[in-house]
Write a protein of this length. Structure first.
Length: 283
């Protein structure tokens, strides 16, 4: 088998394994119900809070932008932290990490395959959330405004970014000897607050506003809003063209890719050298 086919086979096998782990806890009907209801339930938490604050005004451009940002941010939890949590699950829960890491396969490809499973489940969650908003909450998607090519390009760049960042977090997880929750939950909180998902960067204090525009996830969500709604909500980017937004996002993904892969490989070698691959923390 040539190297490319071997790598693709590893990614496919890891993806199949990830799906089996995601879906084997219930019968297909119950799993399908859970799969569809979960994103709606989590979204309703934000919707109820928004309605309380605004006296129920959901048919506004601001709510639509908020809803889109929250919907696509689900990919962060699914893909970015899904890749890194694969290390924790395989090491702590299933205690199989040492066997996978000693197999003649690329661990990088294995984690990418696990990330593809999370990408698929995240896509379903996002589509369900968008459909729910369109049918029940008045979030409109005007056919004359929606730009599918921009949406697909932004989505592809964003998902690639999340996979690369997930690999960096996976390297960190390999070297941790304590529970993982504080790191992942803290990082998710920072990204949720500072990516323009629920607050425009302009309402943040000066240093945090600068951080918002430095994060590639801000540009990613802004591009998706423009693609689906025809407008963004980052004031400093209002005069930027869609092509410029996409260009900056592509540049950021390119700049993050090599360092994230390099960091993962360095931390992977360190974990092997210090015999941390099968180190369980009891988390």
């Amino acid at each position: 088998m040539n190297p490319l086919r071997a790598r693709l086979a590893t990614i496919a096998a890891a993806g199949k394994l990830g799906w089996a782990m995601e879906s084997n806890w219930a019968d297909p009907f119950l799993f399908a119900v859970y799969f569809l209801v979960r994103p709606i339930a989590t979204t309703l938490i934000l919707v109820v809070m928004y309605k309380v604050v605004t006296d129920g005004r959901t048919g506004t451009p601001f709510f639509a932008a908020l809803y889109i940002g929250n919907a696509f941010f689900q990919y962060v939890g699914q893909v970015l932290f899904g890749v890194s949590s694969a290390v924790q699950e395989d090491r702590e829960h299933y205690q199989m990490l040492k066997y996978i890491w000693s197999a003649p396969v690329s661990t990088l490809d294995y984690l990418i395959g696990r990330g593809l499973t999370k990408m698929a489940t995240g896509t379903v969650a996002v589509l369900v959330t968008l459909a729910f908003g369109w049918v029940f909450l008045g979030v409109s998607f005007d056919a004359g405004v929606v730009r599918p090519l921009l949406a697909l390009a932004a989505l592809a760049l964003g998902l690639a970014l999340l996979v690369f960042l997930g690999l960096a977090f996976a390297g960190i997880e390999l070297n941790r000897t304590h529970g993982q929750a504080p790191l992942q939950e803290g990082a998710a909180g920072v990204l949720y607050l500072c990516s323009g998902a629920i607050f425009p960067p302009e309402v943040m204090p000066g240093p945090l506003a600068a951080l918002c525009y430095a994060l590639p996830t801000t540009w990613w969500i802004e591009a998706l809003r423009r693609a689906l709604l025809g407008h963004g909500w980052c004031g400093a980017l209002s005069n930027w063209s869609d092509g410029a937004i996409l260009g900056v996002l592509a540049l950021q993904v390119t700049l993050f890719a090599a360092p994230c892969v390099w960091l993962y490989k360095v931390l992977d070698r360190r974990a092997r050298r210090k015999n941390l691959i099968d180190w369980t923390t009891g988390f």
